[in-house]
Design a protein around this ligand. Structure first.
Ligand code: 5AD
Ligand code: SF4
Length: 345
């Protein structure tokens, strides 16, 4: 099965059945092993603010959710999280937050500079939503080199079902182009099973990603949150998420694909299954424990078990038992030269 030469209707058939899941998984794992061996890269996640001026219908951090205790870490606290993570063996930090106006470039640029100076061998990844190109440039210059911004859906009508009118599909797409042009290592992605998603919109997502060609692709199931307009919507499907992870691995053999927290929240085996279908990244949480429940993107978000950086040793052991190896490494995407010399199925 050659995923990259499938037509839209063939892809649609593939998505609609579990008949080929074992074959997809086999190919995905072969590619993953080829490029990354049994390595798992870890990213230390610092959820540094849960303020957000946006109002995405699916997310518990939306500004209209008044039931959430809001917090933001100051520069000192963020740097302390990173220090703790560095000592544990993290060489990538993901600074993730809602779109919080407090964190202007005047605040973020010195913070990133300092983090970069303190840990020059660690990669700084930002996941802080839509900003101007000038801002993206300033943050890049300060030392941030990777950026996660999910496109959420590549279909404009579907985007409008997930977001209020003032959040524009065109701007989201534009931001991703800006990030690429500036030279960030870019990550994108989408939720599986978001309300209004269809097989056709999923194919558009895959085609969009083929055009964007990101280095990192994050997908996870949609999980409803009680304090959002989507409280009564069904959660995304585990098996479809796993199938899509395998398809993405085959389409993007060298991509960095996390087994996401949403996957681990949906099922106790979610993390292991994500890795077994081709994911190669885990993102344990470095946020101060008492704040974690407030970073409530969706109900029951896992944050205290093996998602927690405190349990890194336990996580390492569990991964070793399954034949994987968590490494102390920045976890860069492999380069083109390696691809050509290694590629075989
Ligand atoms: N379920 C699953 N994922 C969610 N996200 C936000 N809300 C939810 C939810 N209810 C994801 C979005 C966003 C990322 C930070 O978290 O895709 O880009
Ligand atoms: Fe804000 Fe991101 Fe949640 Fe949307 S998904 S409300 S932008 S934190």
């Amino acid at each position: 099965m050659k995923i990259n030469s499938l037509t839209d209707s063939e892809l649609q058939d593939l998505l609609a059945t579990n008949e080929f899941d074992n074959e997809l998984r086999r190919q995905a794992l072969a590619l993953r092993r080829n490029f990354y061996g049994n390595k798992i890269f870890i990213r230390g996640l610092i959820e540094f603010t849960n303020y957000c001026h946006n109002n995405c219908y699916y997310c518990g951090l939306r500004c209209e959710n008044k039931n959430l205790v809001r917090y933001r870490l100051n520069t000192k606290e963020i740097l302390a999280c990173a220090d703790k993570g560095y000592a544990l063996g993290f060489r990538t930090f993901v600074l993730q937050g809602g779109e919080d106006d407090y964190f202007s470039d005047e605040v973020l640029v010195p913070l990133i500079r300092q983090l970069h100076q303190q840990h020059p061998d660690a990669a700084i990844t930002l996941s802080i939503g839509e900003r101007s190109k000038e801002s993206y440039k300033a943050l890049f210059k300060a030392g941030a080199e990777r950026y996660l911004l999910r496109h959420e859906t590549a279909n404009a009508e579907h985007y409008a079902q997930l977001h209020p009118v003032r959040q524009s599909f065109a701007i989201r797409q534009h931001c991703l182009q800006d990030l690429k042009e500036i030279g960030y290592v870019v990550g994108s992605g989408f939720m599986v099973g978001s309300p209004g998603q269809t097989a056709a919109t999923l194919i558009e997502d895959l085609r969009f990603l083929q055009k964007l060609n990101p280095d990192m692709i994050g997908i996870g199931p949609f999980i409803h949150h009680a304090d959002t307009p989507f409280a009564d919507m069904p959660n995304g499907d585990l098996q479809l998420t796993l199938r899509l992870i395998a398809i993405l691995r085959i389409m993007f053999p060298t991509a960095l694909i996390p087994a996401t927290t949403a996957l681990a929240t949906l099922s106790p085996e979610g993390r292991n299954l994500g890795l077994a279908y081709g994911a190669n990244v885990l993102m344990p949480n470095l946020t101060p424990v008492m704040l974690r429940k407030s970073y409530s993107l969706y109900d029951n978000k896992a944050s205290t078990g093996l998602e927690s950086a405190e349990y890194l040793e336990k996580l390492k052991n569990e991964m070793t038992e399954q034949g994987w190896k968590i490494v102390v490494d920045r976890g860069n995407p492999v380069s083109g030269v390696e691809i050509i010399s290694n590629y075989q199925l």
